[in-house]
Design a binder for this molecule. Structure first.
Ligand code: ATP
Length: 648
């Protein structure tokens, strides 16, 4: 139970700082007055004394009396409850409307309607809050209800903007992506995975907002637009007190002081909590088919394993391109990638950072954001066209046939939900299971991925799992359905070496047991060599070589593949010598040259390499290579740190 404990510790930390302790005491006092005020002092607050009208402060009446001789201090104490309730109601409206508007872009799928809502919120945020409140106060009429609605609605844009920012941040988290892959609808993702994570920033901001609402009420009541007689809040008392300012200034001062103290208490407490808990937030891709179908299929578009029966094909990718609108024109980090993966096959994708491995995987799993344009001649999973708009059937197919394993097992799970419930969601969403059945399946799947004491573990939160266990649980989540394909993007990079091996062994075992297809993305040739049958080597958004893993060490044709392999130290590496590295830096999508993208780093490059891009052509060994000098002897420079460090 370390979550509640660490949370409790954080709260204790908040309360033991001078600022936190002062704010907490002040807030407790204010709330105590709100609760007890009307019970203890209503009688004296209502006691009319016509013999002491507008009396000056005295021992009996510390702040004097009002125009009916009633005790000002007692009235201020009684007014606390209404003032605070009104502020809470207004903040409730602001949060409710803010949540609706702020989550709308996520629910609307970031299309035109979503952009319209965002633009509306941005305009409203730019509008001065008090002016908005005045506008609404006039619209809703004079009185407490009008003031609550006015202040609530005027505060909504700020909360909408906050929610929008927080939701956008959480929408990029891997557990949200995992839920999307699992086909969970946007509304459900919002309710289950996104909103629970907004609790803390929202509570902190609501606390601060309550302080500001108190001030806003005082402002409206002061203008005569708030609470009307005979009811009274602090603002109303202020309004009445100002009328007799020259006779008894304390009549205005006392409610003013109450607003100040209560506002300060809420604001300080909110700030202290934000500081203590580390809350810093205060206050599907466009899929397009190519316009014209490429005429005859070039050799480049056919891949290595085309001889195999088509019924075996799990994933088929032809001429996949991913582009983004850059400041200086379009960027295309994936420039025409074609491959197929068959049942039972493990395909590795290697290449240095920025070569387009992850974008390729994300395009296949339809997890790219709205800013990406995906084009492909063909993109099919189990024969289903992934380029078509996602129908419920397609979402189900993606949810049950495709499992995605991400790099960081911590961010792959929603930290606020128990592991078991997160796994079980796949069962209840896609397989029509009851909660109990899905939970039983979750236990079984955790067992299958070798998580010990699975029956107990399902009740734990992600942070109670070790890194390796979380990654195994993530794989278990993929196995809740009956996947035909597992896409694992750097699944071991965040783990230590011994745990890495366990996860790789597990992936291999699962593939063997269920005859699954596996796409394993890694910058580490050794990892891929260990698990995969076939390797795609990517460079600057293209496949530069496609070969059997067995050929990696001895029969690679492309100088880049050879350099990658040569850069991996083995038992024969002389430890007194610097480790091999590839000279130069990989080219980015903005500076891809006209000829071969690797030419600047290639020891074999000649004039042709620098002017003409080599096509991906079939090799005698049955692979594919894109090089004008395949098989030429590369001259690997021995210097510098190892490849992994060069890449990062
Ligand atoms: N949203 C984006 N907008 C513009 N460029 C992008 C975007 N996402 C990725 N890129 C660029 O696309 C290129 C390929 O990125 P990708 O993440 O696929 O590389 P990678 O081979 O997986 O590298 P890594 O191992 O570091 O994850 C990079 O140069 C990256 O900067």
């Amino acid at each position: 139970m370390s979550a509640p404990t660490s949370r409790a510790r954080a709260w204790r930390g908040v309360l033991t700082t001078p600022l936190g302790a002062t704010a907490a005491v002040l807030l407790a006092l204010v709330l105590a007055v709100a609760v007890l005020g009307p019970v203890l002092w209503t009688q004296s607050a209502d006691a009319v004394d016509t013999g002491n009208i507008l009396g000056a402060p005295s021992g009996e009446h510390w702040a004097g009396t009002d125009n009916l001789g009633r005790d000002i201090v007692a009235r201020v104490l009684v007014a606390g409850r209404l003032s605070i309730l009104l502020a809470f109601a207004a903040i409730g409206i602001a949060i409710g409307v803010g949540l609706l508007l702020g989550s709308a872009p996520f629910l609307l799928g970031n299309g035109r309607a979503a952009r319209l809502v965002s633009a509306g919120v941005n305009v409203a945020v730019a509008f001065p809050g008090l002016l908005l409140a005045l506008f609404f106060a006039v619209v809703f009429g004079v009185g407490a209800t009008g003031a609550v609605l006015a202040i609530g609605l005027a505060g909504a844009p700020t909360f909408a903007r906050l929610t929008q920012t927080l939701v956008a941040g959480l929408a990029g988290r891997e557990y949200v992506a995992a839920a999307r892959v699992a086909g969970v609808g946007r509304l459900r993702i919002l309710v289950r995975h996104v909103l629970p994570n907004l609790r803390e920033p929202l509570v902190v901001n609501a606390t601060i907002g309550a302080g500001s609402s108190l001030l806003a009420f005082a402002g409206l009541s002061f203008l005569g637009l708030g609470v009307q007689s005979p009811s009274y809040d602090w603002g109303r008392l202020l309004y009445d007190g100002v009328g007799s300012l020259y006779v008894n200034p304390a009549a205005a001062l006392a409610p003013g002081l109450a607003v100040l103290v209560a506002g300060l208490a809420f604001n300080l407490f909110g700030e202290a909590v934000a500081k203590g808990l580390g809350v810093t937030e205060l206050t599907g891709p466009r899929v397009r088919r190519p316009a014209t179908k490429a005429a005859p299929e070039p050799d480049e578009q056919r891949d290595h394993s085309e001889g195999r029966p088509s019924a075996d094909v799990v994933l088929e990718v032809r001429d996949l391109k991913v582009s983004f609108a850059g400041r200086d024109g379009q960027l295309r980090p994936v420039r025409g990638v074609s491959f197929s993966v068959h049942r039972g096959e493990a395909l590795g994708v290697v290449g240095e950072s920025g070569s387009g491995k992850s974008l390729t995987a994300l395009a296949v799993t339809r997890l790219l954001g709205d800013d990406a344009t995906v084009e492909a001649e063909r993109l099919r999973l189990l024969g289903q066209d992934l380029l078509a708009e996602a129908t419920p059937a397609q979402r189900r197919l993606l949810g049950t046939s495709l499992a995605m394993v991400f790099q960081d097992p911590m961010s792959s799970f929603n930290p606020t939900r128990r592991i078991g419930r997160q796994l079980a969601e796949v069962g209840t969403e896609h397989q029509g299971m009851t909660r109990a059945e899905a939970m039983a399946r979750a236990v079984d799947r955790l067992d299958a991925v070798r998580v010990s004491d699975a029956a107990d573990r399902v009740r734990q939160y992600p942070h109670e799992f070790s890194g390796g266990m979380r990654q195994r649980a993530m794989i278990g989540m993929g196995l809740m359905g009956s996947p035909s394909l597992i896409v694992a993007d750097e699944p071991t990079t965040a783990l230590d070496v011994t745990v890495q091996q366990q996860v790789l062994d597990l992936l291999s075992a699962i593939r063997d047991a269920d005859d699954l297809a596996l796409v394993l993305i890694s910058h580490d040739v050794t990892v891929v060599g260990e698990v995969c049958d076939r390797v795609l080597v990517m460079y600057a958004g293209r496949i530069v070589e496609d070969l059997a893993t067995a050929d990696l060490a001895t029969a690679a044709q492309h100088p880049y593949t050879r350099a990658l392999v040569a850069a991996v130290p083995d038992m024969a590496t002389d430890v007194s010598e610097p480790l091999a590295t590839i000279p130069g830096r990989p080219v980015g999508p903005a500076d891809t040259p006209a000829g071969c993208a690797y030419a600047d780093r290639c020891p074999l490059a000649d004039v042709r390499c620098r002017s003409e891009e080599p096509p991906l052509e079939r090799t005698a060994a049955g692979g594919r290579v894109a090089c004008w000098h395949p098989g030429g002897e590369p001259d690997v420079v021995l210097a510098g740190p190892d490849l992994r460090r060069v890449e990062r």
